[in-house]
Write a protein that binds this ligand. Structure first.
Ligand SMILES: [Zn+2]
Length: 198
């Protein structure tokens, strides 16, 4: 199973940042994506960065890259995790919302739900707070263009709020990014294991 790691935004999207400018989303997304790539590869899991560039790559191009991998390997053998940081406001002031969350497309498939559930479980086990719509729902849904009608398991993660003071402080600490990447890797590796039949 090849894991494609998408890091949201590029260096041209400078507006997505913490109110104090200490965290820029495009940078921290890449730091997390690279850590996750290394951890998966060390565990013998095939993985690749969907956007190795620092530039903004249009969604249409990213979708084309995803579909090329799916055509080469077969869609069931490819999955996508997109890495973002959340913001509750426009970056001009601090907000109270915080925590980690995972989004699926509004028309989520069972494979998407399994992936999101496994990731949320692993992130919670690593003691990060999970932001979710309700106790029975570990994931959010939205009509996300990147994930629309993909034939493979796909989800988008929002890795803490860069406009929350506490989360922002966490995002600035390399060992916290390591712990977050480890949690994502654990979720992905757990998800790749065959589940026992019920
Ligand atoms: Zn983003």
């Amino acid at each position: 199973m090849l894991t494609l790691i998408d890091n949201g935004h590029g260096r041209q999207t400078r507006g997505k940042r913490s109110p104090d400018g200490s965290v820029e989303e495009w940078r921290v997304n890449r730091q997390l994506a690279r850590r996750l790539l290394t951890l998966l590869q060390q565990a013998g899991e095939p993985a690749a960065l969907l956007v190795p560039e620092d530039d903004d790559i249009p969604i249409s191009t990213r979708r084309r890259r995803i579909m090329q991998h799916a055509a080469r390997l077969g869609a069931p053998d490819v999955r996508l995790i997109s890495i973002h940081c959340n913001a509750a406001a426009d970056g001009s002031h601090w907000s109270t919302a915080r925590g980690w969350s995972v989004y699926l497309h509004t028309d989520a498939k069972p494979a998407d739900i399994r992936l999101a559930t496994q990731l949320a479980q692993a992130v919670r086990q690593a003691c990060f707070s999970i932001r979710r719509p309700g106790p029975a729902h570990p994931y959010w849904t939205a009509p996300l263009a990147l994930l629309r009608d993909l034939p493979l398991a796909a989800c988008l993660t929002e890795n803490l709020f860069m406009d929350n003071r506490d989360d922002c402080l966490m995002l600035r600490q390399p060992h916290i990014l390591d712990r977050l990447a480890e949690a994502l890797a654990n979720g992905l590796i757990g998800e790749a294991q065959p589940r026992p039949a019920l």
